[in-house]
Design a protein around this ligand. Structure first.
Ligand code: ADP
Length: 225
C-alpha cells in the first residue's frame, strides 16, 4: 500500500482518520505525537523536557523527533504501507525525512491535507477524550463520536482522559505554529505534485470516504480487512 503523510491543524482529525484506515486496511499508524508521549512517559530528564514542550504546544527539537521516527520506521511492520500523522511539521523536517527515506530505501508516497475552519477545531480539541485502555478516540460534543458515558470507553470499559495539551491556551500555540511552520509544507509538496486535499469538516465517515476515493483513483491495491 502507498505510504501516506497527513497534514492538518491540531484537532482536524488526523488521528481518527489514521485509526479508521488502520482498522479497515491494516495501515500502520505512526503518530510522532504518540511516539513523543511514549518517550515522555519514561520520566527521565529527556522525557520531562518533551512532556513540558508538548503540554505548552511547542515543537520538540528536530533531532529528537527524527531519531524516534527513524527507529520506528525500521520495524518490520512499516514495510507494507504506513501513515505518518504529525510528521513532517516543517519544511526543515520534510528535508530530514527525505534523508531518512533514502537511508531506509522507502518511498514518500502521497500527502493528504485535511482542511477545516479554526472554529471547529476548538470543539474538537476541547471535546476530545481518549481511552487509557485501548487508545480509542471520542468526542463528547459530536454525536458520531460521543461515548455513551463521558468517562468510560464503549469498546473496552477503560477510563477516558483528556490530553494535557487539549486546552484552549495550548491550542492557540499549536494552531499558530501550524499556520507559521506547517502550512508552508503544502506549497512544498504541491510543487512535487503529490498533494491531495480533503474537506474534514463533515465528520469522520465522510473524511474516510474522500481518502478512499483518492486511493482508488490512484489504483492503489488496498486490501480490506
Ligand atoms: P496535534 O497534531 O493535535 O497537535 P500531536 O499528538 O500530533 O497533536 O502532537 C502533540 C505535540 O507533540 C505537539 O504539539 C508537539 O509538541 C509534539 N510533536 C508532535 N509531532 C512533532 C514533530 N513532528 N515535531 C516536533 N514536535 C512534534
Amino acid at each position: 500500500m502507498i505510504n501516506l503523510i497527513l497534514i492538518a491543524a491540531p484537532g482536524a482529525g488526523k488521528g481518527t482518520l489514521s485509526k479508521d484506515l488502520k482498522e479497515k486496511y491494516n495501515y500502520v499508524h505512526i503518530s510522532t505525537g504518540d511516539l513523543l508521549r511514549e518517550a515522555a512517559s519514561k520520566g527521565d530528564e529527556l522525557g520531562n523536557t518533551i512532556h513540558d514542550m508538548q503540554t505548552k504546544g511547542e515543537l520538540v527539537p528536530d533531532e529528537i523527533v527524527a531519531a524516534a521516527l527513524k527507529q520506528r520506521l525500521q520495524e518490520e511492520d512499516c514495510n507494507n504501507g504506513y501513515i505518518l500523522d504529525g510528521y513532517p511539521r516543517t519544511v526543515a523536517q520534510a528535508t530530514i525525512y527525505e534523508e531518512i527515506l533514502q537511508q531506509l530505501h522507502k518511498d514518500l508516497g502521497i500527502v493528504i491535507v485535511l482542511d477545516i475552519e479554526k472554529e471547529q477545531l476548538i470543539k474538537r480539541i476541547t471535546g476530545r477524550r481518549l481511552c487509557h485502555g485501548c487508545d480509542a478516540i471520542y468526542n463528547i460534543y459530536n454525536e458520531e463520536m460521543a461515548p455513551k458515558n463521558d468517562n468510560i470507553c464503549d469498546k473496552c470499559g477503560g477510563e477516558l482522559y483528556q490530553r494535557s495539551d487539549d486546552n484552549l491556551e495550548s491550542l492557540e500555540n499549536r494552531y499558530n505554529t501550524y499556520l507559521e511552520k506547517t502550512q508552508p509544507l503544502i506549497d512544498y509538496y504541491s510543487n512535487k505534485n503529490n498533494l491531495y486535499r480533503v474537506d474534514s469538516s463533515r465528520g469522520k465517515d465522510d473524511t474516510l470516504k474522500q481518502v478512499e476515493d483518492i486511493l482508488n483513483k490512484l489504483g492503489d491495491s488496498v486490501d480490506k480487512n
